[in-house]
Design a binder for this molecule. Structure first.
Ligand code: VGL
Ligand code: ZN
Length: 230
């Protein structure tokens, strides 16, 4: 690994960027559109290049559902998109929000969106593949039946700081950031690098994350760019 002298050298290699679910189905023309999703792309790419150039790890997640997934309204009798249903699996009862079919394994909608710097990704973590339980976080399913290999990769690399961006702010980005905190990482969310399914809830979502120990920052913040980008 290349190291440089000076104030930045203490972070080299210790930072991971997690790019959450920047997939066609979450873009404006996708099946589960996040308003203004494509606006995040320049910021996400800047972070991918910046973190990568400085020896950090770049990880992407993909929502990766089988066609019969529990979260699809089409798989629940009388299920309506956006309503919440009570589900049961492995003796646990839980609320499950219903969604349009999205990110079906190997479909076009599940592909990373054009314009994303995917060649820089070190690792892609798939989630949501268990038919019976949803997985918003890149670290684990919503009921913690199983964790993904994401934490193992971060621990193997002795990552200390995790920067989270992607889609959607109010679901998968939020839960990924909260789990990053729970797994012990300093966790930073770059607000220009994410958008919410429900834009009106964006500010309260950021407040909630802050109250739980996630640092919410701006790509304009000098302290942030000095530490991680330049
Ligand atoms: C997501 C809803 C359902 C997300 C994934 O990536 O935020 N939201 N599946
Ligand atoms: Zn999903």
């Amino acid at each position: 690994m290349i190291t440089t002298l000076g104030v930045h050298s203490n972070m080299l290699g210790k930072t991971a960027l997690i790019v959450v679910d920047v997939q066609n189905d979450f873009m404006e023309t996708g099946s589960l559109p996040v308003p203004s999703a494509s606006e995040i792309l320049p910021v996400v790419n800047q972070l991918i290049n910046g973190i990568k150039d400085r020896g950090g790890l770049v990880v992407a997640t993909k929502d990766w559902h089988p066609p019969n997934h529990i979260s699809f309204a089409s798989n629940t009798p009388n299920g309506k998109v956006f309503e919440t249903k009570t589900m049961e699996y492995e003796g646990e009862t839980f609320a499950q929000q219903l969604w349009p079919d999205h990110c079906v394994q190997n479909s076009k909608g599940a592909e990373f969106t054009d314009g994303l710097e995917t060649t820089k990704f070190d690792i892609t973590v798939l989630k949501g593949s268990n038919q019976n339980v949803d997985s918003y976080s890149g670290f684990a399913d919503n009921k913690y039946f199983e964790i993904t290999e994401l934490a193992k990769h971060l621990f193997t690399r002795q990552i200390e700081t995790v920067i989270v961006v992607g889609l959607a702010a109010d679901y998968c980005v939020k839960e990924t950031a909260l789990d990053a905190r729970k797994f012990g990482f300093r966790t930073i969310l770059v607000k220009e690098g994410t958008r919410g399914v429900v834009p009106d809830n964006f500010d309260s979502c950021m407040d909630d994350l802050r109250s739980k120990g996630v640092q919410v920052t701006s790509i304009q913040d000098q302290e942030f760019t000095t530490e991680f980008l330049f």
